[in-house]
Design a protein around this ligand. Structure first.
Ligand SMILES: [Zn+2]
Length: 238
């Protein structure tokens, strides 16, 4: 619950560390030219309804207003360890947090369009939908950036071809989970400190794993300084 948490940016405005800028910096320049999905082969996306994103669970599941879970159609993203009523469950898979972070930067706290395709709910009662934002099909964007794999559960999807092309593009360009890297990208908009600690760390610092989730603070650099925290000598959060 450290990275992907209920955003409190409602009034402060959206993030704006543009995801592709972050990716370009941290992933060594994966192109920013893909900001808009190619209009040439993009279908027109007409949402069935809209909803405000309240919480990003992981790369393919979000909670929208009214406590409604939305499971993205047509994609699957790597797992992340999650807090559930029964405690922590699951484990982080490579690129899982990257996918969740990317999604959070992209749609966290924003109004999105929802498009249905066949069955509206799954076995767990989650709403099945495509998400759109600014005329972009978010499901396809996740595939194109290499944060997800195509998955249709054996049923034809109305955007199946479009999604498969997006996945093929990521695979051809060895992006994200198609690359050799195991995924370490986390947005650099904050650092991590232990609640009673004296140091602040990069989110990727191994020391962070030793800080209990409940005791992890997200701090911006300025806040870290104001709190009198020292930069960790191991991860050098500069
Ligand atoms: Zn550190």
């Amino acid at each position: 619950m450290t990275i992907i948490k209920r955003s409190r940016r409602r009034t402060a405005g959206r993030i704006f560390f543009p995801p592709c800028l972050a990716a370009a910096i941290l992933l060594g320049g994966a192109g920013c030219g893909r900001e808009a999905d190619p209009s040439s082969d993009a279908p027109r996306f007409q949402p069935d309804r809209t909803a405000r994103v309240e919480y990003v669970i992981d790369g393919d599941t979000v909670i929208v207003e009214g406590d409604e879970s939305i499971r993205f159609l047509g994609i699957d993203t790597p797992e992340i360890r999650k807090w559930t009523p029964d405690g922590w469950r699951g484990r982080d898979e490579p690129w899982g947090r990257d996918a969740g972070n990317y999604l959070h930067q992209f749609i966290g706290d924003r109004e999105v369009g929802l498009i249905y395709d066949g069955e509206r709910t799954d076995f767990y009662g989650r709403t099945l939908a495509y998400l759109t934002i600014d005329d972009i099909l978010v499901n396809a964007r996740l595939l194109r950036e290499g944060y997800a794999t195509y998955m249709d559960m054996g049923k034809p999807l109305k955007y199946g071809d479009y999604l498969r092309r997006a996945e093929a593009e990521a695979r051809a360009a060895a992006r994200g989970l198609w690359s050799e890297r195991r995924g370490s990208f986390r947005p650099p908009d904050y650092y991590v400190a232990g609640r009673d600690g004296k140091l602040f760390h990069r989110q990727t610092c191994g020391t962070v794993d030793n800080i209990h989730e409940d005791n992890r603070l997200r701090v911006r650099r300025e806040a870290a300084r104001e709190l009198g925290l020292e930069p960790c000598s191991r991860c050098l959060p500069e």
